[in-house]
Design a protein. Structure first.
Length: 127
């Protein structure tokens, strides 16, 4: 993202990835910094999004595939909630398949709109 953008999100997002680091299905961020006129975040290379996969499969998935994907997606959302954050942009484009030996693993991405919803004592933060 351009360093002059009015509402920069990448630094915030990189901090969130650091908080979530080590969770199953959370991509590993390798580096965050400024390169020229851009904020840059380098993370593990991943495969297609669930939206891409759905389109590739003529927008039809077997019940088994849906259940296996849903189970992992729910686990990712629960993990983010356990760290006191709400994702706030859940959609098929933000769930990505892994590659290689992790090709069956679902990853959650794009935490630019995520928001803390509990304080350190796990009390809900008022809006």
């Amino acid at each position: 993202e351009n360093v002059k953008t009015k509402h920069p999100q990448l630094l915030y997002e990189s901090k969130l990835y650091r908080i979530l680091q080590g969770g199953t299905g959370i991509p590993n961020v390798r580096w965050f910094g400024v390169e020229g006129d851009y904020n840059v975040m380098v993370m593990d290379l991943l495969g297609p999004s669930l939206e891409d996969l759905f389109n590739f499969c003529s927008r039809k998935l077997s019940l088994k595939s849906v259940l296996m994907l849903a189970d992992q997606m729910i686990n990712r959302v629960e993990f983010v909630h356990s760290k006191s954050f709400l994702h706030r942009d859940i959609k098929p484009d933000n769930f990505i398949m892994g590659l290689g030996r992790r090709a069956n693993q679902v990853y959650m991405i794009d935490f630019g709109l995520a928001k803390k919803y509990r304080d350190s004592s796990h009390q809900h933060i008022p809006y």
